[in-house]
Write a protein that binds this ligand. Structure first.
Ligand SMILES: [Zn+2]
Length: 132
C-alpha cells in the first residue's frame, strides 16, 4: 500500500488484500489522508470479512462534497462499492466496502439507516441535512 501503514489498522492481518488495494487506490485519487476508525471486526457483514473500513477525512470540505468526490472516484475504479455516510459521528465520516451491490446510505440523527440506490438521492438527502 502506498498510503497506509499496517499500524493504521487494528487488524491488518485480517483485512482482505484486494479490498486494501481498492482502499489505497481510492485514497490515492482523493489526495488527502483517511483517518481509519474501524476495519476488521468480529461481526456479521463486510467488516467481519475484512472488506470494509470506517474513516473520516479532515480536509475542511463538507461531508456532502467529500461524498461526491469519493463516489466519483469509486465509480471510476469500475468495481462494486458501497458508501455509508455518518453525519452524526463525533468525526463525521464514511463506511466503505466492496460488496457487489451499488448502495448508499445515511445513518440519521435517530440512528435510523436510510438507503439509496441512486447517488443523486443520497446527495439530496445530505444537502437537506444542512438546510434544517
Ligand atoms: Zn463500517
Amino acid at each position: 500500500m502506498k498510503h497506509f501503514r499496517e499500524s493504521e489498522f487494528k487488524h491488518y492481518d485480517k483485512m482482505d488484500k484486494s479490498f486494501l488495494s481498492f482502499l489505497d487506490n481510492v485514497r490515492d485519487s482523493y489526495g488527502k489522508p483517511f483517518n481509519l476508525h474501524c476495519d476488521f471486526e468480529e461481526r456479521q457483514g463486510q467488516h467481519g470479512e475484512g472488506k470494509a473500513v470506517d474513516f473520516d477525512i479532515k480536509d475542511g470540505w463538507r461531508l456532502l462534497d467529500q461524498a461526491r468526490k469519493l463516489i466519483e472516484i469509486c465509480e471510476g475504479l469500475k468495481k462494486p462499492f458501497r458508501i455509508g455516510v455518518y453525519p452524526y459521528w463525533n468525526n463525521q465520516g464514511f463506511h466503505m466496502d466492496c460488496k457487489n451491490e451499488k448502495l448508499f446510505w445515511i445513518l440519521d440523527k435517530k440512528k435510523t439507516y436510510i438507503y439509496f440506490q441512486d447517488k443523486e438521492c443520497l446527495f439530496d438527502a445530505l444537502s437537506n441535512l444542512w438546510k434544517l
